[in-house]
Design a protein around this ligand. Structure first.
Ligand SMILES: [Ca+2]
Ligand SMILES: [Ca+2]
Length: 408
């Protein structure tokens, strides 16, 4: 094992500990030190406040273990719990399936519209309507093939009693403009306690599209809030502003694939940075989260982004950021009974870094971080909490898995 080179500012001891309980990998940081021990890409960038990155490492003392429930899924993306304990799982090539808690994978559900499955596109998130028990309505996001390219859309439909098909399918949101690309579609879905539906989007990545994250006339790089039927809530922040799309909740995002809404209505989003600059944001109405004018991290090719500016007038600071990037996918707020100490924590999946980041939140700031499921060794795409408090994830692999993490 090659020794890690630490930045001078991090006075950490790196323990070459063996892989121990809870799947902690060798080379984890000293107790109380941050779990991140690699040097930052934005070497000259400093956080806006203490604890905005590299929060103190914390450790769950409860023994836990994971079980692979199902495998053979092709790049599963979205995971949603049905009331009977089975799971709805999307596969990016365009399939939606029900998987039992015992691992039985059903045939794809029929009736979904076509997707553009190229690159990062395809069938993406899935959520149940808050009124699912009464109407069996489900909502899903996808890269929709459009004239001249594609864009993210959200549809809803009624899941048949036998779970084999969806009917009465309606497209309730179509992101604009259309673009012929295969990256940064977002798109996670969650209902707020007031019944509105939040949709996170990306800015399509390519240089000509990137500035649209700041353009209120474009849905790109925005968080969206609509009613369950696709209409615009009258109290959205840009309703009535000339030139602004009324579905917009917040702006200045790069590619948001994780979303969790607390019982009090607080909206948390997590987005991909470039090389460094993955962000957790407390996503508030009408605010600007900076991209691409203000950000941590550097371009993939190594140059600064907007001269390396990490703060600016009118630009919200992230609640937390990672540099280097972990490549965050889905996110859940833990509210289960199995791990009482985790209640109110954010669970963020890491694709590139192949773990779940457990973030301890106090007063809207991150005060502790732990890496879970490091022993699985797969890109983790989405996370959800079952009724008993166990944590379930899907992995973004050719042979993708549904995995349960539980106390032993
Ligand atoms: Ca999800
Ligand atoms: Ca930002």
């Amino acid at each position: 094992m090659r020794p890690l080179v630490l930045a001078a500012s991090t006075s950490l001891l790196v323990l070459a500990a063996a892989c121990g309980a809870n799947g902690q990998a060798a080379g984890t940081a000293a107790p109380g030190g941050p779990v991140e021990t690699r040097p930052a890409n934005g070497a000259n960038q400093t956080p806006a406040f203490a604890g905005q990155t590299r929060a103190p490492g914390v450790r769950t003392e409860v023994p836990m273990a994971h079980t692979v429930i199902a495998s053979g899924l092709v790049h599963p993306w979205g995971l949603a719990l049905l009331p009977d304990g089975r799971w709805l799982v999307t596969e990016r090539p365009g399939r939606l399936r029900i998987i039992s808690a015992g691992g039985q994978i059903a045939e794809p559900i029929t009736g979904l519209p076509a997707v553009d499955g190229r690159g990062q596109g395809g069938l993406l998130d899935v959520v149940l309507s808050p009124t699912f028990a009464a109407d069996r309505m489900i909502y899903w996001s996808y890269a929709e093939p459009r004239e001249g390219g594609n864009a993210t859309s959200v549809a809803r439909g009624i899941l048949s009693a036998d779970g084999a098909s969806v009917g009465s399918v309606q497209v309730i949101f179509r992101a604009l403009p259309v673009y012929d690309g295969d990256k940064h579609f977002g798109s996670s879905l969650a209902f707020a306690p007031d019944g509105t539906l939040f949709i996170t989007l990306g800015e399509r990545s390519d240089a000509p599209m990137r500035p649209q994250a700041q353009d209120l006339g474009s849905h790109m790089g925005k968080t969206i809030r609509i009613n369950a039927d696709g209409t615009v809530p009258s109290d959205n922040p840009f309703v009535g502003r000339a030139g602004a799309l009324p579905e917009i909740w917040s702006l200045g995002h790069r590619n948001v694939q994780g979303l969790a809404i607390a019982a009090d209505g607080a909206v948390w989003t997590v987005e991909h940075g470039t090389r460094g600059g993955d962000e957790v944001n407390l996503d508030r109405a009408g605010l600007n989260y900076g991209w691409p004018d203000v950000t941590y991290g550097i371009e993939y090719r190594g140059s600064p982004i907007n001269a390396g500016l990490t703060a600016g007038e009118g630009s919200e600071q992230p609640a937390y950021y990672w540099d280097p990037s972990i490549a965050p996918g889905g996110m859940a707020l833990y509210d289960g009974a199995m791990f009482p100490a985790w209640r109110g924590n954010l669970l963020v999946t890491a694709l590139k870094d192949k773990h779940i980041a457990r973030l301890v939140i106090e007063n809207d700031r991150v005060v502790g971080e732990e890496r879970l499921l490091t022993d699985l060794g797969e890109r983790i795409r989405d996370v959800a909490v079952a009724a008993d408090g166990a944590v379930w994830v899907i992995t973004d692999e050719d042979n993708g898995k549904l995995v349960r993490l539980a106390a032993e």
